[in-house]
Design a protein around this ligand. Structure first.
Ligand code: ZN
Length: 439
């Protein structure tokens, strides 16, 4: 999740930007800082970021009147940034070196025999979770999962992206048959650079299938709920971060004309997660500027991606209802309950949601010690307008509607090393297992 008020990406690519052999920006020599500002410094700081061609990676409230920014500063702006003399901690000496730890994108690794024997066909090799992968291979992964669980799953689609890609996912069900139970609905990778979110959603999907016949708790979850899982709801952005510029959020659609000729390079457009028509679309917590990364769009719900996943979710709500909706993001390690639009408004079952979020955090921490902060979105992080969890709370009336910000807290940020995919999957899986058994 990102919390931007101003456009940081409208500047043309800085002079020092280097491109690798695959045509991707390298970020070599960028340093990442955590900067603290107070309310008075905020406006000036945001303006300075633009002039430095700095990339804002995340923001949170920190303290009630302080703002913590994680920013990546290009090498040619380092002297100018340091001359500004902000209170700042260095998180990363060389962002390019961090990105190298993500490893090369790897192709689909093939199938292997199921460890539990549940699958009719072999499951995708578990080594899938040892690397990040090109978009096309994610589609192969989904198809292979479905083929391994043919009587209890089907591939699903939820509309078409701005560039014409089908938003694809998978539906799993248990002994009651297809579509007979309330929904558990997961989204991943609405923000393009948050790669850990999609592969973690895939980890959950894999484990549901692999454990259905050998774990009574998993059998109960699948027998009691229909799972609708869309690992990559922003396929255009995901592809863009793999082929061109790793660290854009890449909203949709890009607004080249209104933001200047170079802006497309930075993926400016509507933030799909500030575009939900939840009754507070035009409130504080999004931007009216088409050049901003948190641009809300011209009208509520006017992006093709939002339309597709919204119609899909609305149908689930109008059908058997939605028990749980989670929008998976990174980074920061937060479990966020409603609301984003207001720091004082509460959902009808707020205390239940907050208790479950805390306990989910405890179940996650029990695996590898990873600590999640839990709480209401606005009060915990920042105001958000047009966000998905508010939509699913008020419009689709999901019983629980959360956003989860996965690992880490800034050491690697969006570019989490590939060797953290499995630990992230393990702890997230434990949190979800807790929820399914206790909500
Ligand atoms: Zn996000």
């Amino acid at each position: 999740m990102r919390f931007l008020r101003v456009a940081l990406f409208i500047a043309p690519l800085a002079v020092g930007v280097q491109i690798d052999r695959q045509g991707r920006e390298t970020y070599d020599g960028y340093k990442v800082f955590r900067v603290v500002t107070d309310d008075e410094q905020l406006t000036g700081f945001e303006a300075q970021l633009g002039s430095l061609s700095a990339i804002e990676l995340s923001r949170n409230r920190g303290h009630i009147d302080a703002h913590h920014f994680d920013i990546a500063v290009p090498p040619e702006s380092l002297d100018a940034f340091e001359a500004l003399n902000y209170e700042a901690e260095t998180l990363t000496e060389d962002l390019g070196a961090d990105i190298a730890l993500e490893g090369e994108l790897q192709p689909f690794p093939g199938l292997e025999k199921s460890t539990s024997g549940v699958a009719a066909a072999a499951l995708p090799s578990f080594s899938w979770f040892s690397a990040y992968h090109p978009y096309a291979d994610h589609l192969t992964f989904l198809k292979s999962l479905q083929a391994a669980f043919p009587s209890n799953s089907e591939l699903i689609t939820a509309g078409t992206s701005f560039e014409g890609r089908t938003i694809q996912g998978i539906h799993l069900w248990g002994s009651g048959g297809k579509g007979s139970k309330p929904a558990i609905y997961y989204h991943g990778n609405v923000h393009a650079r948050e790669w850990i979110s999609s592969i973690t959603v895939e980890y959950i999907t894999y484990q549901l299938i692999n454990n259905y016949s050998n774990d009574t708790a998993i059998k109960a979850a699948l027998d009691n709920y229909d799972f609708y899982i869309l690992p990559i709801v922003n396929p255009d952005g995901f592809v863009y971060t793999q082929t061109t510029t790793r660290l854009v959020r890449y909203p949709s659609p890009p607004v080249l004309a209104t933001c200047g000729g170079e802006s497309l390079l930075r993926g400016v457009g509507t933030d799909i997660n500030r575009n939900w028509p939840n009754g507070h679309w035009d409130g504080a917590g999004s931007s009216t500027s088409p050049g901003s990364e948190t641009y809300r769009g011209e009208a509520p719900g006017d992006t093709p991606e939002n339309t597709g996943i919204r119609i899909f979710g609305d149908k689930l709500g109008a059908g058997k209802g939605i028990k749980l909706y989670i929008d998976f993001h990174s980074y920061g390690q937060y479990i966020l309950t409603p609301y984003g639009y207001s720091c004082s408004a509460t959902a009808p079952n707020q205390s239940k949601q907050d208790t479950l979020a805390r306990n989910t955090g405890a179940a996650i921490a029990a695996v590898h010690g990873t600590r999640f902060t839990t709480g209401q979105t606005c009060a915990t992080l920042y105001a958000t307008a047009g966000g998905s969890n508010d939509y699913f709370t008020d419009v689709t009336t999901a019983e629980l509607a959360w956003a989860i910000e996965l690992r880490d807290t800034g050491t690697y940020g969006f570019t989490l090393p590939a060797n953290q995919i499995i630990p992230t999957g393990e702890e997230t899986w434990a949190g979800q297992k807790y929820l399914w058994a206790n909500f």
